[in-house]
Design a protein around this ligand. Structure first.
Ligand SMILES: NC(=O)c1ccc[n+]([C@@H]2O[C@H](COP(=O)([O-])OP(=O)(O)OC[C@H]3O[C@@H](n4cnc5c(N)ncnc54)[C@H](OP(=O)(O)O)[C@@H]3O)[C@@H](O)[C@H]2O)c1
Length: 254
């Protein structure tokens, strides 16, 4: 049983189906998302939880794949409709396990599901799981197995830290890349000029030795270059650049 037919559900639900899981019904807020996913999976779909009462009562597992801020509210709304042994699952790195009632688990694939995120395969994706008890843990392991997830069982505190790390590594690094591309674009230079640098950056991430591959004027303490860079940056990026340069210097010359 699947609640929410967003980016993640659209990619994971067919994989679960392919792995042999019987998806009883899809519920989502609007027909525009519920219908195509239900049709693709060959199962009933609805926008009303009341119309899903039968499937909810029969479900062994309910995956609550809605926006993080709505997980607790949606789960609370269906808690009286599911069987006491039904395991509720959410897919969020940032949301506490306790947002769900009863037997519960988290299955968080540590990957971006943004269609613009590139062709990073789902198969083998590192996946953080957490569960309230042994049977919910087995459900989480089975769901992650559908994409041969590289599973790490974590406590809520560990998962919160892992989510912070993911945001820093993906969202913040991507923001810096976007700003760097803008610097190039504004001077009519191709954004792809950074291609091999970006490959090196990701290689450092894959090898786990990002700290060792740090280079650049901030690490060298090259104040003249830092000053020239500041002059080229828009005002609102100068503070960010200074803060990062100071932090790099502190880490490498404590
Ligand atoms: N996106 C990622 O890269 C990523 C990565 C790992 C984990 N996750 C986690 O995966 C979960 C889903 O994220 P997402 O990116 O798929 O979100 P999303 O694209 O924003 O989709 C959320 C879906 O929930 C539906 N929805 C919202 N309120 C609802 C309600 N009250 N009842 C039923 N359906 C409702 C929305 O319906 P409508 O389409 O009709 O508005 C939408 O289809 C989140 O917990 C997120 O943290 C996301």
């Amino acid at each position: 049983m699947l609640i929410g037919a967003g980016q993640v559900s659209r990619e994971l639900a067919p994989v679960w189906k392919h792995a042999g899981h019987d998806i009883l019904q899809v519920v989502s807020r609007t027909e525009a998302s519920a219908r195509p996913l239900g049709e693709a999976l060959g199962c009933p779909w609805t926008t009303k939880l009341t119309e899903a009462a039968g499937a909810l009562a029969d479900a062994q597992v309910v995956v609550v794949a809605v926006t993080d801020g709505l997980i607790a509210e949606v789960a609370e709304g269906i808690s009286a409709m599911v069987s006491p042994t039904c395991v509720m699952v959410h897919l969020s790195g940032a949301t506490p396990l306790d947002a769900l009632p009863g037997p519960r688990a988290v299955v968080w694939p540590v990957r971006s599901f943004n269609p613009k995120a590139g062709n990073v395969p789902l198969e083998g994706t590192p996946t953080v799981i957490e569960a309230s008890d042994a049977s919910a843990l087995r459900v989480a392991q089975t769901l992650a197995q559908a994409w041969q997830g590289d599973v790490a069982e974590a406590s809520g505190t560990q998962r919160a830290a892992a989510h912070l790390a993911a945001v820093m590594a993906d969202n913040y690094a991507n923001h810096m890349l976007a700003e760097a591309q803008e610097v190039l674009d504004q001077r009519n230079l191709p954004k792809t000029l950074l291609r091999n640098l970006v490959l090196g950056l990701t290689q450092g991430g894959l090898n786990g030795d990002a700290r060792e591959r740090q280079t650049g004027p901030a690490k060298r303490g090259d104040e003249a270059t830092l000053e020239r860079h500041r002059a080229l940056l828009p005002q609102d990026m100068q503070d960010v650049y200074d803060a990062l340069a100071a932090h790099i210097a502190k880490r490498h010359h404590p």
